[in-house]
Design a protein around this ligand. Sequence first.
Ligand code: PLP
Length: 428
Amino acid sequence: MKKSFQPETLMMSHGYRPEWSEGAVKCPIFQTSTFAFRSAEDGKAFFEVAYGLREKGLREKTGLIYSRLNNPDMEILEERLKLWDGAEACAVFESGMSAITTALFEFLQPGDLLLYSNPLYGGTTHFVHSVLTKWGIEVLGFRPGASRAELEQLIERSGKKDRLAMIFLETPANPTNDLVDIAMCRSVADQFGAPGRRVLVAVDNTYMGPLWQHPLRHGADLVLYSATKYIGGHSDVIAGACLGSMELITRIKTLRTFLGNMIAPHTGWLLLRSLETLKLRMEKQTENAQVIARRLVAHPKVANVHYLGLLTPADGESYTTYRRQCTSPGAMVSFEVRGGEHEAFVFLNHLKLVKLAVSLGSTESLAQHPATMTHAGVEPAEKIAFGITDALVRLSVGVENAEDLWWDLEQALDKIPVPEAVEMAEMV
Ligand SMILES: *Cc1c(COP(=O)(O)O)cnc(C)c1O
């Protein structure tokens, strides 16, 4: 009987054999652009498969040809990433944006309708609004927390319900942790699809993955990652990934070959190294985040905290979706200080340990101000609708000692001046 190991066990070995590389225990960096064929017949056979001129034989391995098509660091990384999401196939890219844009370009055509959840990552928003629309694709956003009836109404009213091609989601929403029900979107997609015209559900799972949320299990067709975040985890590399069925990922890989935005060998190798500690890091990060979130709630300078770990049955739908869809509250905490931009900036400017920087999911804790930084491009009215207020701060909690982190956050919160009215009230 073959024992099946957990992903964290397989991250050190899966897809690589030391005998391929002089016994090297670790997969080397295959820093090469091209691969020598043993014979002309081999070269011919490799190209026949790579160019789809014939089906690959049952026991035939895909031959290494040229690093834009394939490279061991890229392929082993794809094999390992598949394990976390239980995906059939994976394609890795030189950035999260290239994974997202390649998937959107492959599956959308002029005249199609794209429905997406708000707010999306800034780069994705820009691409959807400024690039996809230029190619004649209609785009329609829905608010976080929208009901099924609202989605149906939006699609009906667009006058393009028979051209709905994809529902693109980010859940939990950045930076507010609002949830979108993936299974509900699957069902809406099926309702507007037709035989031979499947409406795809794509989920940018950067905020929770690949450990704490597995969208494919809830009906998604594609899972996307900025591997720059948790997967890379050390703030030293930009990379991305897309996972799904063999059929869909083969199409994405074909487009990747011609766009040339595949991952580089060295980037792939760095991520192989990162994956070995992925679970350890993410577990420690979420443990720290739970401590921080609870203490923030109790702090007098904090008006409110958005953290999945604080949801209770009283939160209704959000709580049910959270319990069904996520396996952990994660390490992203956002909160409003009492006051506005000035008070938020006083807090950020006084942090000593936590770095004032965008990005997330890394070993070191980071803090930023969404309204003027990551979400600066969002229209003022939409900022209000999405809960991105001037007082909002986003924290990505790292693996530091939780008490050290709290010491830093508390001393910076204490620098926020007490509003005069409150001070007066306390004096009497
Ligand atoms: C960072 C990020 C991206 C973009 O990824 P890059 O690796 O920077 O290209 C996309 N989506 C989300 C949710 C992100 O956080």
